[in-house]
Design a protein around this ligand. Structure first.
Ligand code: SAH
Ligand code: TRP
Length: 340
């Protein structure tokens, strides 16, 4: 028998309301400045497509980060000896198993935290089967809104209604944020997010952060525009989500996937480009949006980093960089820092 605890902070109706607000604002902007926020990529189909992306030949970040974790998980767990491992944007938590394997002696609770409840459920199920002595306490929430919930993990009585009473065990927390998902925030939100992570932790706790590094733009663009077209399908899937959830009639075949390197900002921009002049009706919002031929909607940025920048941003948020590792080719960075 397997069991895990799941706190659902986002109900279906919360999600629909948030999507409505995002689409109203994002599509309501003037042509050329229209956006859709990235968390809506990850419905069941989007999460499966992302999982496929991680195995594409062009998409090196997952393989690089896995190689670093493979080489360093023992050192990380020895240095930190955490009682609790938290993972934000956990997805399948596949790479995280390297940390759980190395941390068998000390880690008692694992908290995967993701906006995609279906992905979280199958990951939590799988992990509780693989690690029968680990308490898997998953949180379905938005990491830009619900980090405060982490304070309830070990409060007397446990999270509301959980019936659990687990005092915080001795030993620090280790919070992992992998896959360079931090690059999907714009700089200002990134700062706010790191501040909120620091606030959710206590002095002495640790942050393990994966950051994709600046490199040859051709390789960067290829990682976000693969030959098999999986990333294109992933990008267009956000329109399928909008159609389904908001009664929309966007024609996915008339939107092209665009990935572009912005050398000034040092980020990849993902866009959807209208193929021909068209109208999208959003029945549930009583909204009609007209797009000119070639008009683009920005769906995602993926910022790329350099070590000094990562270190400075961590310091500004109250973390001290303790270790910095890359894969042998220097494509991807993994930092371990401690909350002051
Ligand atoms: N950590 C995994 C997955 C990265 S993909 C890896 O390294 O491969 C990004 C993950 O973050 C997805 O699982 C997505 O569902 C989740 N996510 C995106 N926006 C989120 C948000 N606002 N709150 C919580 N999770 C989010
Ligand atoms: N965090 C991942 C990244 O920035 C997410 C991602 C990979 C992604 N490929 C994508 C997001 C394509 C949107 C479109 O690498």
């Amino acid at each position: 028998m397997t069991s895990y605890q799941l706190d659902v902070l986002l109900t279906e109706s919360d999600l629909r309301r948030a999507l409505q607000e995002d689409v109203r604002a994002g599509f309501g902007a003037p042509p050329g400045r229209r956006t859709l926020p990235p968390k809506w990529f990850y419905d069941e189909r989007g999460s499966k497509l992302f999982d496929e992306i991680t195995r594409l030949p062009e998409y090196y970040p997952t393989r690089c980060e896995r190689a670093i974790l493979g080489a360093r998980a023992g050192r990380i767990m020895e240095l930190v000896a955490p009682s609790t491992l938290i993972e934000l944007g956990s997805g399948t938590s596949e790479k995280t198993r390297l940390l759980l394997d190395a941390g068998r002696e000390t880690v008692r609770t694992f908290t995967p935290f993701d906006v995609s409840e279906s992905t979280l459920r199958s990951a939590a199920e799988d992990l509780s089967r693989r690690y029968p002595r680990l308490a898997v306490h998953a949180v379905a929430g938005d990491f830009e809104r619900h980090l405060g919930h982490l304070a309830l993990l070990h409060s007397p009585g446990g999270p509301a209604g959980s019936g659990q009473s687990a005092a915080r065990p001795p030993g620090p927390w280790l919070l992992a944020f992998l896959g360079s998902t931090i690059g999907n925030f714009e700089p200002q939100r990134r700062r706010a997010f790191l501040g909120a992570v620091a606030a959710a932790l206590s002095p002495g706790d640790w942050l393990l952060l994966g950051t994709d590094l600046v490199k040859d733009p051709a390789r960067l663009v290829a990682a976000y525009d693969d030959g098999a077209g999986v990333t294109a399908e992933f990008n267009r899937n956000v329109l399928a989500v909008v159609n389904r959830e908001l009664g929309g009639d966007a024609d996915l075949d008339r939107w092209a996937h665009v990935a572009r390197w912005d050398a000034d900002q040092e980020w990849i921009e993902m866009r959807l480009r209208a193929q021909g002049r068209q109208t999208v009706n959003l029945f549930d919002l009583a909204m009609t949006v007209r797009f000119e031929d070639g008009e683009e909607v920005r769906t995602e940025i993926s910022a790329k980093f350099r070590r000094p920048g990562v270190s400075a941003e961590l310091a500004a948020a109250g973390f001290e960089l303790r270790e910095w590792w890359t894969d042998p080719a220097g494509d991807f960075g993994l930092s371990l820092s401690q909350r002051r």
